[in-house]
Design a protein around this ligand. Structure first.
Ligand SMILES: Nc1ncnc2c1ncn2[C@@H]1O[C@H](COP(=O)(O)OP(=O)(O)OP(=O)(O)O)[C@@H](O)[C@H]1O
Ligand SMILES: [Mg+2]
Length: 307
């Protein structure tokens, strides 16, 4: 995936956080998922949101992007209540790549990426050369050159994910919210997307929040981590400051050791093992299935069983 050339977008205003949640409460129906959450997205930085399945990461991102209306509290976009701003203004400042994407049948890659320019159009300003350039840059950045006329339904999952990333990039907003942007990508494209994300923050000053399950990538590519559990932020800060074995166990019930990556210094999780759990069967409780070990491997001593 090619780097995006500089000078894409207007500079974001300096100073206050571009996106902030105050005492945020979000519910699905009667069920409150997020309760009293406080968050300030740092400007021009990459923030990774991590946490177990169902802890509310997508719910949070959707609320921040105004897709879900909060039950309580407020969301401020550049200091203004996002729900009082016109939709077009929000769409020029903030792009969301949702976790679940769906496009109309027959839509091509080019159609989808062009759709990202919609907030920049009006009856006064129709499709411009800048729109065309933004689309081409985004297609190049997502390594989709030559695939512009392919129909989305006929792409692989990873190719389709890259098309959606290109759409969000083409929107050219100062803030980007990306929900699991690399979940379907092969290793090479994962690294390219993470490097693109860093490039957009470092070279273009964009403020980016991304939900990521892979803790190694979160630690390596994010300036800041937000760790969520049961709809709350339980830790936040620089990866090297907050990533501890205790946090990993609290988040996932997984025990590990943490070493600094020899190349980057980012925290690396090694020797991962699930906290021992006992299965309850008709015959009583029994220990978990054995994990296959390589020949000569001696498993580390287990912590006392808490199950
Ligand atoms: N549309 C919905 N209606 C009702 N409940 C929902 C809806 N979407 C999500 N939920 C519930 O809200 C909770 C948080 O879901 P959310 O999708 O935010 O989790 P997540 O942290 O993004 O998980 P994952 O890592 O699996 O994507 C879950 O318990 C989920 O079942
Ligand atoms: Mg999710």
């Amino acid at each position: 995936m090619n780097a995006v050339p500089p000078n894409l977008d207007a500079a974001a205003p300096a100073g206050l956080s571009p996106l902030e949640a105050r005492e945020l409460v979000v519910a699905h129906g009667e069920r409150v998922i997020i309760d009293g959450l406080e968050l300030q997205l740092p400007r021009g930085r990459v923030t990774a949101i991590v946490g177990p399945n169902g802890c509310g990461k997508s719910t949070l991102l959707n609320a921040l992007a105004r897709v879900l209306a909060p039950r309580g509290g407020s969301i401020l976009l550049d200091g203004q209540d996002i729900h009082r701003l016109p939709a077009r203004q929000v769409a020029r400042q903030l792009a969301l790549l949702p976790q679940d994407t769906a496009a109309p049948e027959g839509m091509t890659v080019a159609d989808l990426v062009r759709f990202g320019r919609q907030p920049h159009q009006s009856w006064l300003s129709q499709w411009s050369r800048e729109d065309q350039r933004a689309v081409q840059r985004a297609i190049r950045a997502a390594d989709l050159e030559g695939m512009e006329q392919r129909v989305l339904d006929e792409l692989s999952g990873g190719q389709r994910q890259r098309a959606w990333i290109a759409m969000a990039v083409a929107q050219s907003t100062p803030t980007l919210l990306l929900d699991e942007p690399t979940s379907a990508l092969d290793l090479g494209h994962q690294i390219e997307v993470f490097e693109l994300i860093r490039h957009l923050a470092c070279r273009h000053g964009k403020s980016i929040a991304m939900v990521v399950h892979d803790l190694a990538s979160a630690c390596r590519y994010a300036d800041r981590l937000i760790a969520m559990r049961e709809g709350r932020i339980i830790a936040q800060g620089a990866p090297a400051d907050i990533m501890t074995p205790a946090l990993v166990e609290q988040l996932y019930g997984v025990q590990c050791e943490i070493l600094p990556d020899p190349a980057t210094g980012a925290p690396l999780l090694v020797n991962l093992r699930r906290r021992r759990q006992r299965r309850v069967t008709a015959a009583g409780t029994e220990p978990p299935d054995c994990v296959r070990s390589p020949a000569g491997y001696r498993p580390p001593p287990q912590a006392p069983d808490r199950a």
